[in-house]
Every structure is written in C-alpha cells, then in structure tokens.
Design a binder for this molecule. Structure first.
Ligand code: NAD
Ligand code: FE2
Length: 414
C-alpha cells in the first residue's frame, strides 16, 4: 500500500466519523401521479406570493409546466420563469436567473427539470443566500453556510437525484471545469416525484439518466462510508432500476414504471449524497466539462469499465449489492457474482443502445482531465481502490477505446 493510499484512507476515516453529525435533512415529498398540482396550494399556505421558476427551453416548449403554472395563477402566486438553463449548467445561467429573481422580488425558487435546471436553481439559491460570494468561491465543501430561500425541486428525469442531494454541479465554459458546490443548505425543502412529468422522456434520455442513478447507487454502496440507511437506499435503488429501466426504456408510457424509476433516483441521491460517488463520476465530470458529453451518457459508458478496473478490492461489495438487490442469481463466489453484475450492466447498456466507448476523448486533453479527476476524487471519495495518475490515464484510454477493456482488471490496491 502506497503512502498516498494510507493518507487517503486516514482522511476518509476521519471524515466518516464527523459526517453523520452534519445537519442532514430530507426534503418533504409530494409523490404520485399529478402530485405536482398540489404544489401551488402548498406554496400559498407557506405564504409565498412571488416565485422564480428555473427550467430549460425544451421543457417550457413541451408545455410540461403549464398545468402547474395555471394552478399558480389560480392561487394568485406571481412567478417569473428562467428557461435559459443549458445541459451542464453554467455560472452565466445562474447569474442571469439571479438577476430575474432580484428584478421580480421573488421569495422562493422552484426548480423544474432534470439535474441541469435543479443545479442551476441551487446555484441561484446559494447566490441569494451569499450575495457577495461569487459562484466559483462556493466550489467545494460547506462554503454556502446560510439558509437558502424556500427551495422546491421538481425532477423531470429519473437520474440525478439532485432533489435529494446537497450538491449543485456547475460548469465554467471558459476553463472547461465542471465542479460541485456541496452544502447542506442546498438540500431542497420540498421535492415532487410526479411520474406524469416523465412519461414523455425520449428513450435515450430515459436510459442514460437511469444509468446515472444506478451509478450513484453502485458507487455509494461500494464505497467505505455508508451510514444511516445509505446501504438500504442503494440496494433498493439498484433493485428498482435493474427490474424496471429496460422495460420503461422500451415503453415509456407506464406511470407505475416511471414512478419506480423516480423513487430509485431519489433513493440513490439520498445514498450518494451521504456516502459519495467514485471515479466514474470524477471522470464523467471531466468529459462533461471538456466535450459537453451528457452526464448520464458519460456515466453509463464509464461505469462497467471502472468497476472492472477496480478488480478484487471491489468484488465483495459488488457481490453483496448484486445479491441483496436480486440483480444476479446467487450461488457463486464473490468474484463470479461481481463479474456477473458488471456483465448485467454491460448488457443493459447494449439493450438500450448505449455505446461501450466515448469517441470524443482527445489524447492531448487527457493529462489535464486526469489531474482534475484525481483532484475531485482523491482523497475524498472512499473508493474500493485508490488510483493514481497512471491508472486513471489508463482508464481514459479504455473508455476512449485506445486500450482494450479489462487489460488491468483484477489488480490489487496500490
Ligand atoms: N446535483 C446533483 O446531485 C447531481 C447529481 C448527478 C448529476 N448532476 C448534474 O445534472 C446534470 C444532468 O441532469 P440530467 O441528466 O437530468 O439532464 P438535463 O437536466 O441536462 O436534461 C437533459 C435533456 O432532457 C430534457 N428533458 C428533461 N426532462 C424532460 C421530460 N420530462 N421530457 C422531455 N425532455 C426532458 C431536457 O430538456 C434536456 O434537453 C449534469 O450537469 C450533472 O452533472 C447533478
Ligand atoms: Fe451523477
């Protein structure tokens, strides 16, 4: 074991001791078909008269918000809509939406959309709470530190789990950086899990966002910092995704299946926001920052490669997750069960038309992406095996197709 690995493990152990004492809370949930229509009345009861709604253009054009907006009118709640959020939301998005919040004298923020609008809205909330602190200065852990205005999250993808998490993932197009602001103040006060909003999700977004949620559950479960129900949440999320995702990808108009995926995404968000993610996310964030690869797509492709690369140090936990979630048949040893679980992920990807590689990766960018992935993951993420520069570079080569997958599988920690 290298000196760096020893340092990282001590750091993670210290964090594991203090993290349960952080001010964790869960959003109050409105759940079920049509539940979003209950939101305006709730807001009125809370005394909110002016609202900023943060979304993106296609959600607005699809008219997904219209029934809820009509109810806001009925409740005489004024609202301004910011619909400029781009996938991988930027600091510029946050500042534009913040100006609108101020111009209209808003009192609360409602995020309506996938992870991009939800994270953009969290950024707005953080800027309202800390008006003199630029977004970039809130990067990292616990830099907000003040209560946000009332914040409601309405996810329209079943993927990021941002409605349950303390994270807002923001991109800086000038530097290609993609980083997280992590603070308990960013956990939404209310979240709405309404499957009717996800019925029309195109198959390619259903599949990749669903695999993002699976990545949260798997990375959280195989990490070393589970506590307070995170294992249970990760197992249940894995079970729900394994049992429902491919079917819902094929036929999206099933509210029951959509509801199960929303539940899974929420549970996986609950798990990973307490127990962290791992190298899959660290690498995915760089591909989003450099090439705009959608987050879910990046994770879907990278997940099996990283799980295989971890090798033996991951087998025990992967096998446990596979057994407890019913993802693979029991009766084999840990190695065989873990490998069957990884194969199951690969075949789900294949069935849903998700490629095995990311073509966009340019060799010249790899050194900087490796530095950023390592800076995100080490020493914070309690991954099964701490990787160094050479190994993460090798992973980029595998994900990009320049090297055969599995070349390094089965190595021990080092
Ligand atoms: N905060 C967190 O905890 C967290 C966790 C994971 C990922 N993220 C971030 O979330 C972002 C990705 O979010 P995402 O995967 O939900 O994608 P997204 O929000 O970028 O949306 C993807 C596309 O789907 C469309 N869409 C969304 N809902 C739809 C619906 N119901 N019907 C039709 N089209 C719909 C959007 O308009 C958009 O074009 C990334 O920036 C990622 O880094 C955040
Ligand atoms: Fe994610």
């Amino acid at each position: 074991m290298s000196l760096y690995t020893i340092f990282a493990r001590i750091y993670q152990a210290a964090f594991k001791l203090v993290v349960p004492f952080f001010p964790w809370r869960e959003p109050e949930l409105l759940e079920g078909p049509g539940s979003v229509l209950g939101l305006p009345e709730l807001l009125r009861r809370k005394g909110i008269g002016r609202l900023l709604v943060v979304t993106d253009r296609s959600i607005r054009q699809l008219g997904l918000m219209d029934p809820m907006l009509a109810r806001l009118d009925e409740e005489k709640i004024a609202y301004a809509v910011y619909d400029g959020t781009v996938p991988n939301p930027t600091i510029g998005n946050i500042e534009e939406a913040l100006s609108l919040y101020r111009e209209r004298g808003c009192q609360a923020i409602l995020a309506f959309g996938g992870g991009s609008p939800m994270d953009c809205a969290k950024g707005v909330g953080a800027r309202v709470a800390r008006p003199r602190k630029p977004v970039a200065a809130m990067k990292g852990l616990l830099k907000v530190g003040r209560r946000l205005p009332p914040f409601i999250a309405v996810p329209t993808t079943a993927g990021t789990g941002s409605e349950a998490t303390l994270a807002a993932v923001i991109s800086n197009p000038a530097t290609h950086e993609k980083y997280a602001i992590n603070d308990h103040a960013l956990i939404p006060r209310f979240a709405v899990l309404d499957p009717e909003l996800t019925l029309g999700l195109p198959p390619a977004i259903t599949s990749t966002t669903g695999m993002d949620a699976l990545t949260h559950a798997v990375e959280a479960f195989i990490g070393g910092s589970n506590f307070g129900g995170t294992e249970r949440a990760a197992i249940e999320a894995t079970r729900l995704i394994m049992e429902n995702l491919v079917a819902v990808y094929r036929d999206g108009r099933d509210p029951a299946g959509r509801g199960r995926l929303l539940r899974a995404s929420y549970l996986a968000g609950y798990a990973f926001t307490r127990a962290y993610v791992g190298y899959v996310h660290a690498i995915a964030h760089t591909l989003g920052g450099f090439y705009g690869v959608p987050h879910g797509l990046a994770n879907s492709v990278i997940l099996p490669h990283v799980l295989e690369y971890y090798g033996k140090p991951a087998w025990k936990r992967l096998a446990l997750l596979a057994r407890k979630s019913g993802a693979v048949k029991d009766g084999q040893d840990d190695e065989a069960t873990a490998r069957a679980f990884i194969d199951r992920i690969r075949s789900m990807n294949r069935e849903m038309g998700i490629p095995a590689r990311i073509d966009a990766i340019k060799e010249a960018d790899v050194p900087l992406m490796v530095s950023r992935a390592l800076a995100e993951a080490n020493p914070l993420y309690p991954v099964p095996r701490i990787l160094g520069r050479a190994e993460v570079s090798e992973l980029y080569a595998i994900v990009g197709g320049a090297r055969a997958a599995g070349a390094a599988g089965g190595r021990s920690e080092g």
